[in-house]
Design a binder for this molecule. Structure first.
Ligand code: HEM
Length: 155
């Protein structure tokens, strides 16, 4: 089962996860709190657009790489019918991010947030922070579950 391609796929999977979830962690724990401490509502929105906009490309690329390497590993392991809960969680997180980045955001989320930020800026950034904290927490549980699970903690 563990051929060299599988091992390379696992290493690439982790590189993608590090760049992706690391970026989400930075946005959640550094960027949004720093922006929220900014006094001017206009500044907040512009800063967020500019900085998160730059991360968006990296997030899209790493989401694709994580999915390709992950599904390739499942294919090699032929594990579709015996997936452990942590693999379900990984796929769940991946689906949420893929949906947000590739479908919801271009369709309406971007405009919706813009409008919310105009109506009630404080609240819009608060909700944004809470959503990021939830996504980051589930991602970290998936990483913990993945590493601990693969190495036998739950057997
Ligand atoms: C389509 C989405 C995904 C699929 C199909 C997938 C699938 C897999 C598979 C098959 C493995 C190897 C398991 C084993 O060797 O028994 C793995 C490992 C891993 N995955 Fe995912 N994954 C996906 C997304 C994610 C996400 C979103 C994260 C992080 C939030 C993640 C984190 C990890 C980690 C940390 C490992 C390494 C476990 C280890 O070898 O110690 N994966 N994944």
């Amino acid at each position: 089962m563990e051929n060299n391609y599988f091992i390379i796929a696992r290493a690439l999977h982790i590189i993608a996860v590090v760049l992706w979830i690391g970026g989400v962690a930075f946005v959640t724990t550094v960027l949004i709190p720093a922006i929220r401490s900014n006094k001017s509502a206009d500044n907040r929105f512009n800063l967020f657009e500019m900085l998160e906009g730059k991360f968006s490309f990296q997030a899209k690329l790493t989401t694709i790489l994580t999915g390709l390497s992950g599904f390739y590993m499942l294919y090699v392991m032929n594990a579709w019918s015996s997936m452990q809960w942590w693999i379900h969680l990984m796929i769940f997180i991946w689906l949420i991010f893929a949906l947000v980045l590739f479908v919801l955001e271009p369709l309406f989320l971007h405009k919706w947030f813009h409008r919310q930020a105009e109506v009630n800026n404080e609240r819009a950034f608060f909700v944004l922070q809470v959503m990021h904290i939830i996504l980051l927490t589930i991602s970290l549980i998936a990483i913990f579950g993945g590493v601990a699970g693969v190495h036998g903690l739950f057997y």
